[in-house]
Design a protein around this ligand. Structure first.
Ligand SMILES: Nc1nc2c(ncn2[C@@H]2O[C@H](COP(=O)(O)OP(=O)(O)OP(=O)(O)O)[C@@H](O)[C@H]2O)c(=O)[nH]1
Ligand SMILES: [Mg+2]
Length: 400
């Protein structure tokens, strides 16, 4: 399953976001280091289902369909807070980053309201620049990666400079746990403008420039400009956008409140909806009513709480994944058990039907013959690139 890591400065709302995304209740409180160990849960990517367009009643297997909206599961991990010096053990340290080595992408949470200092202590809102929240996390992660790279550096220098190996091969070997491929290691050399054949000439700045390039390639990130419901967040959000980050303004607190209220039947709300409705049977205290009114006002300004948008943007825009519906029978859109539109798979933009086959099952990939577009019942050309919401039947040589 896909995996996203939630990281950020202490006390910015990571655990609140995690609970809003997963409905797994974990402690959240207004002081730094509330979280001491990573929390794991499942959230969902929201995509439009093809069931209505095809006029069928689906029977999902790997995802949920609610009134024509599909929710595809994605694992998320909430991490302890990061402060300057964490790579050297300050605060909660960075050991926990081991848990998110396999993440596809990182959600870096910032306190857009500017109401927490460098160490996560509450301060007057609007007095701290949230761009600093993000830079600090990037710097600490780079120092952590540089340390990984520096381990047995002398040996790497020797084997590379005596041409027994290449820098890219050595980096990929050392960092394969971080999903660093040889190709990415090579590409990072280029984008950092470094000579991979002479590592003995690299300065410490060169190493940092290199791991920064490598991190950007292998752990793309999106910034959650959280606490966007606080008035001072306006300025903070603009600063984050101006700094060039991919930013989604959100209120984890508003989303958490809504999802809990929806679960209790108080409101009608699907994650990612731009607004919600209070149900008729809801019995609310005046305080609860006011809280919901504040959320409604915020959503009207922000086009929703922004929380679902984070996940959707990470996977569909930053990582450029495409949701496709593999089916076995192109006439009924069912699998061999008769389940209609059972699964949604996420494939990288540019993937072919054969890539999809491999993703479903290695054996299906190996015995791939061709694929059929289940909408038109036409055979797809061998070089066909999958498009969002394609419904594809794979024909393989495998016998059951
Ligand atoms: N106004 C507002 N407050 C929020 C929001 N999200 C979280 N908070 C508050 O921010 C404080 C910190 O929330 P947590 O979720 O514990 O933050 P964290 O980043 O997990 O903190 P650590 O685990 O200590 O690093 C709590 O008081 C939350 O209620 C939000 O969207 N808006
Ligand atoms: Mg936390």
């Amino acid at each position: 399953m896909e995996l996203a890591g939630i990281v950020g400065k202490a006390n910015v709302g990571k655990s609140t976001l995690f609970t809003a995304l997963t409905m797994v209740e974990v402690p959240a409180a207004n002081f730094p280091f509330t979280t001491t160990k990573p929390n794991r849960g499942i959230t969902y990517l929201r995509v439009s289902c093809v069931c209505r367009e095809l006029g069928v009643k689906d029977d999902p297997n790997n995802s949920l369909c609610v009134d024509g909206t599909r929710f595809v599961p994605i694992a998320v991990i909430d991490c302890p807070g990061i402060v300057r010096g964490a790579h050297a053990g300050r605060g909660m340290g960075l050991q926990f980053l081991d848990e998110i080595r396999q993440a596809d992408a990182l959600i870096v949470v910032a306190d857009a309201s500017g109401g927490t200092d460098d160490d996560g202590n509450p301060v007057q809102p609007g007095t701290h620049d949230p761009v600093e929240d993000v830079r600090m996390v990037e710097d600490e992660m780079d120092l952590w990666m540089a340390e990984l790279l520096a381990r047995d550096w002398n040996r790497v220098v020797r084997v590379v400079e005596t041409k027994q190996s290449t820098m890219a091969a050595e980096v990929a070997r050392k960092m394969s746990g971080l999903r660093v491929t040889e190709q990415a290691a090579e590409q990072a050399l280029e984008s950092a403008g470094l000579d991979g054949s002479r590592p003995s000439k690299w300065t410490r700045e060169d190493v940092l420039r290199y791991v920064r390039a490598l991190r950007r390639l292998t752990k793309p990130m999106i910034v959650a400009a959280n606490k966007a419901d606080v008035p001072t967040a306006r300025e903070g959000i603009s600063r984050l956008v101006e700094a060039g980050y991919d930013v989604v303004a959100c209120s984890a607190e508003a989303e958490k409140l809504l999802r809990l209220a929806a679960r209790r039947g108080v409101v009608k709300y699907l994650p990612g909806d731009p607004s919600f409705e209070v149900t008729e049977q809801a019995r609310l205290t005046s305080e609860q009513r006011r809280a919901l009114e504040r959320v409604a006002e915020f959503m009207a300004r922000n086009g929703g709480t922004g929380v679902q948008r984070l996940i959707d943007k990470v996977y569909l825009e930053v990582l450029r994944y495409i949701p496709v519906f593999p089916v076995e029978d192109p006439s009924t859109f069912a699998d061999s058990n008769g389940r209609v539109l059972p699964d949604v798979y996420l494939v990288k933009e540019g993937s072919t039907p054969r890539d999809l086959a491999y993703k479903v099952h290695t054996e299906l990939g190996e015995n791939f013959l061709y694929a059929i577009d289940a909408r038109s019942k036409m055979r797809l050309p061998a070089d066909y690139r999958l498009r969002p919401r394609d419904v594809v039947s794979i024909v393989s040589a495998a016998r059951r």
